[in-house]
Design a binder for this molecule. Structure first.
Ligand code: PRX
Length: 655
C-alpha cells in the first residue's frame, strides 16, 4: 500500500440542501430520519437486515439465520432460505397492474427502440431460460456473456439467474485474449454473444473475437455458443457448437418456473483488476446481492413508482449489473438501456434519450460529465430535460467543477447530485447522499448508507482524525459483499482482509482506496492506494498492462503507472526497456500500444510509452513506482530515494 497524501484536500465550503419538495415526500426525508435509522440498525444490525430481507424479497423457503460470520472473511447471509433473483425481478410484479408497466426501454444506437412490459420481459426470459436448458445448461453451470448493449444481454442475465446458472459477463470492449483468460479461469460451459453491435454509427463485429478466444481448443469446457443477431453482418457459425439465438429461443415455451436457489448459491462472477496478478473473478451470491441491489437502488434514488431510470454504464461492469438490470427490476421500476454513446455526429445523444424517454433518474460517470463540459452547455441546452429529478455519478472521484456543472447545466440547480462510492466487490453503493436527506458538498460522496460500518483508518486499523488521510475500510459485513474470488479463496483473504485488523482482532475489509473525513464526517475519496489505474472509471491493474507489454518480443521489462488526466481521470504511462539491439522508435511505440489493445482491449492502451535503458529499482529489485508516477506527472521526484539502486537511472529518465 502506498502512503496516502492529502495534498489534494479541497477547501470546499459549498453545501447544498436537498430540495424541499423532494424531502417532503422522501422515504428518508431529513438528517434526523437518517440518524434515527442509523441508530436503529447499529443497535441490532442483523435484526434490520433480516427484516428488510423478509419484506423486500420473495422467499420460497424462509431463512433461519441472518448472518453467519463465524469464519471471517467468509460470510454467509440468510442461511436456510431459498429465493430466485429472476423471480424477484419479474414474476412477483405480474399480479396486478405492474404486469403492464414498462420494465425495460431499450434505445439502439441507430435510433431503433424497443419497450418491454414486465409481462413481455418475463416471457422473453422464460424462453431464453428454456433455450439454455435445451442446450443442457443447468444449475451451477457458468455461462459467459460477451455482448453489445442489446436487450438480449439483460434477458440472458435474467435467464441464467432463473435456472441457477451463474453468469460471467465480459465487457464487449475486451479483446479475444482477455475473453479467453476469463473463459478458462471460470470453466465456462456456454458463451452468449452477438454478431456485432453498433458503435459510432457503424456496425462492429463481435462474434469473431469469440471464435479467436475458442480457437485451437483453448477453452475445452465451452460446449455452446449462442449468437444474437443484431447487425446482420455475415457471421461464420461452427456447426455443432454455434446456434442462432433467434432460432433456438423463439421456439421455446414462455413457461419456465424459477429455480429455488439457496441464499448463498452463486449468482454471478464478474472479473475485475487488482494490484497483483490476473483479474480476479469476484463472486456474488443470490440473496445478499439481491437485497443490496434492491435496497440501495430504492434509497439512493428515493424511488417513486413513475420514475424512469437511466444508468449509462455497460452491463459488462458491476454498475450495469446492479443499476441497469437487477436493482431497478427487483423494485418494479422502469429502466433504460442505451446501445450508443455520444459521438461527433450526435453530441447530444444522451440528452436526446433523456428527452425522448422522459428520464427522471440519471446515473453516469465523471468522465462523461467532463467530456460534456468540454463541448459546452449549448448542446444540452437544446433539450427538454425538465423530467430529471436526481442526478447520480459513479466510478471515480468527481472534481468540484464537474459536479457544479452537472448540477447547474444538467440539473438547473433543481436536482440533488448523488456521488456514489462503491466497487465491484461491494455489490452495490456504500457511501452516498440520500437525495431527500443529505446536504451535499461538491466532490464528496458524503456519508455511509445506513448500516454500512465504513471508516477511514491507519495501518493498525485505528480511525484517523478529522481531515487526516487514511485507508477506506469497512468494519462489519454487509449483505451485498463479495463472497470469494472464483477458484481462489486465499486470494480473497489476502487481497481484502489481511491488510488491516481491527482492535477486536477481527479483519477489516480493505477497499484499496484512500480517503479522508471532514469535520461533518463526510467522506472524500481520493483514489486508489494500490497499483490499480482508473481510466475513464475503468479499472485496470498496472501488472496486467505490464504483462501485455512484456509478451511482445521487443520488450525486456515494463512498468506502468497512472498520471492525472483532465478528461479521463487517469491516463496510462508505460516505461519500457527493450531487448538488446532493439531501438525505441516511434513506430515501435505505436506497435506496442496496438499490442496492448489486442491483448487486453483498447481501454488499456498506454497514452504514452517512454523507452529507457533501465527502470528505477530498489536494491532488492523492486520497481519504485512512486518515482515513476512523479516522472509521468512531470513532477519533481520528492521523498526518500536513498533505496534507489542506481541513481543515474533517475537522471536518464528525467530527460
Ligand atoms: O477507486 C474507487 C473508484 O472505483 C473503484 C471501484 O471500481 P469498480 O470495481 O470498477 O467499480 C466501479 C463502479 C462501482 C473504487 O475502488 N470509485 C468508484 N466510485 C467512486 C470511486 N472513487 C471516488 N468516488 C466515487 N464515487
Amino acid at each position: 500500500m502506498s502512503q496516502v497524501t492529502i495534498e489534494s484536500v479541497l477547501q470546499e465550503e459549498r453545501v447544498f440542501e436537498p430540495p424541499a419538495e423532494l424531502a417532503a415526500g422522501a422515504r428518508i426525508g431529513s438528517m434526523a430520519a437518517y440518524r434515527e435509522l442509523v441508530e436503529r440498525i447499529e443497535a441490532d444490525p442483523d435484526a434490520f437486515w433480516g427484516e428488510q430481507a423478509r419484506e423486500q424479497l420473495h422467499w420460497f423457503e424462509p431463512f433461519h439465520t441472518v448472518l453467519d460470520w463465524s469464519n471471517p472473511p467468509f460470510a454467509r447471509w440468510f442461511e436456510g432460505g431459498t429465493t430466485n433473483l429472476a423471480y424477484n425481478c419479474l414474476d412477483r410484479h405480474l399480479d396486478g397492474p405492474r404486469a403492464e408497466k414498462t420494465a425495460l426501454i431499450w434505445e439502439g444506437e441507430p435510433g431503433d427502440s424497443r419497450h418491454f412490459t414486465y409481462r413481455d420481459l418475463h416471457g422473453e426470459v422464460c424462453r431464453a431460460a428454456n433455450a439454455l436448458k435445451a442446450l443442457g445448461i443447468g444449475k451451477g453451470d457458468l455461462v459467459a456473456l460477451y455482448m453489445p448493449m442489446v436487450p438480449e444481454a439483460a434477458i440472458a442475465m435474467l435467464a441464467c439467474a432463473r435456472i441457477g446458472a451463474p453468469h460471467s459477463v465480459v465487457f464487449g470492449g475486451f479483446s479475444a485474449e482477455a475473453l479467453r483468460d476469463r473463459l478458462i479461469d471460470g470453466g465456462v460451459k456456454a458463451v452468449i454473444t452477438a454478431d456485432g453491435g453498433f458503435r459510432k454509427d457503424k456496425p462492429v463485429a463481435l462474434k469473431p473475437a469469440v471464435d479467436r478466444a475458442l480457437a485451437d481448443g483453448a477453452c475445452p469446457t465451452v460446449e455452446h455458443v449462442l449468437v444474437v443477431r443484431r447487425t446482420e453482418q455475415p457471421t461464420a457459425m461452427e456447426p455443432g457448437r454455434d446456434r442462432w439465438w433467434h432460432e433456438l429461443v423463439e421456439v421455446q415455451s414462455a413457461d419456465c418456473p424459477a429455480e429455488p436457489m439457496a441464499s448463498e448459491d452463486r449468482l454471478f462472477v464478474l472479473y475485475t483488476s487488482g494490484s497483483t496478478g490476473k483479474p480476479k473473478g469476484v463472486v456474488h451470491t443470490t440473496a445478499g446481492y439481491n437485497l443490496w441491489a434492491h435496497l440501495t437502488f430504492q434509497w439512493i434514488f428515493d424511488l417513486r413508482d413513475d420514475d424512469v431510470h437511466w444508468c449509462t454504464a455497460d452491463v459488462g461492469w458491476i454498475t450495469g449489473h446492479s443499476y441497469i438490470v437487477y436493482g431497478p427490476l427487483s423494485n418494479g421500476a422502469t429502466t433504460v438501456m442505451y446501445e450508443g454513446a455520444p459521438r461527433p455526429s450526435k453530441p447530444g445523444a444522451f440528452w436526446e434519450v433523456i428527452e425522448k424517454h422522459k428520464v427522471t433518474l440519471f446515473y453516469t460517470a465523471p468522465t462523461a460529465i467532463r467530456a460534456f463540459m468540454k463541448s459546452g452547455r449549448e448542446v444540452p441546452d437544446h433539450y427538454d430535460m425538465s423530467t430529471l429529478r436526481i442526478l447520480g455519478t459513479v466510478g471515480e472521484p468527481i472534481n468540484p467543477e464537474a459536479w457544479m456543472w452537472y448540477r447547474e447545466v444538467i440539473g438547473h440547480g433543481r436536482c440533488p447530485i448523488i456521488d456514489t462510492w462503491w466497487q465491484t466487490e461491494t455489490g452495490g453503493v456504500m457511501i452516498s447522499p440520500l437525495p431527500g436527506a443529505t446536504p451535499t458538498k461538491p466532490g464528496s460522496a458524503t456519508l455511509p448508507l445506513p448500516g454500512i460500518a465504513a471508516d477511514v483508518v491507519d495501518n493498525e486499523g485505528h480511525s484517523v482524525g478529522v481531515d487526516e488521510g487514511g485507508y477506506l475500510a469497512v468494519r462489519r459485513p454487509w449483505p451485498g459483499m463479495m463472497r470469494t474470488v472464483h477458484g481462489d479463496p486465499e486470494r480473497f483473504r489476502r487481497s481484502y482482509w489481511e491488510h488491516i485488523t481491527g482492535d477486536d482482532g477481527r479483519p477489516l475489509y480493505f477497499a484499496g482506496d484512500g480517503a479522508r473525513r471532514d469535520a461533518d464526517g463526510y467522506y472524500w475519496v481520493m483514489g486508489r492506494v494500490d497499483d490499480v489505474i482508473s481510466v475513464s472509471g475503468h479499472r485496470l491493474g498496472s501488472m496486467e498492462i505490464e504483462s501485455a507489454l512484456v509478451s511482445h518480443p521487443a520488450v525486456a521489462e515494463a512498468a506502468v503507472v497512472g498520471r492525472p488526466d483532465d478528461l479521463k481521470g487517469e491516463g496510462i504511462v508505460a516505461f519500457v526497456t527493450l531487448q538488446a539491439g532493439v531501438d525505441g522508435s516511434e513506430a515501435l511505440g505505436v506497435e506496442l500500444r496496438r499490442h496492448v489493445g489486442t491483448e487486453i482491449g483498447p481501454i488499456a492502451r498506454p497514452d504514452e510509452i517512454r523507452f529507457s535503458d533501465a527502470l528505477p529499482k530498489t536494491r532488492s529489485g523492486k520497481i519504485m513506482r512512486r518515482i515513476l508516477r512523479a516522472l509521468a506527472a512531470g513532477e519533481e521526484v520528492s521523498g526518500d530515494t536513498s533505496t534507489l539502486e542506481d541513481r543515474s537511472v533517475l537522471d536518464a529518465l528525467r530527460v
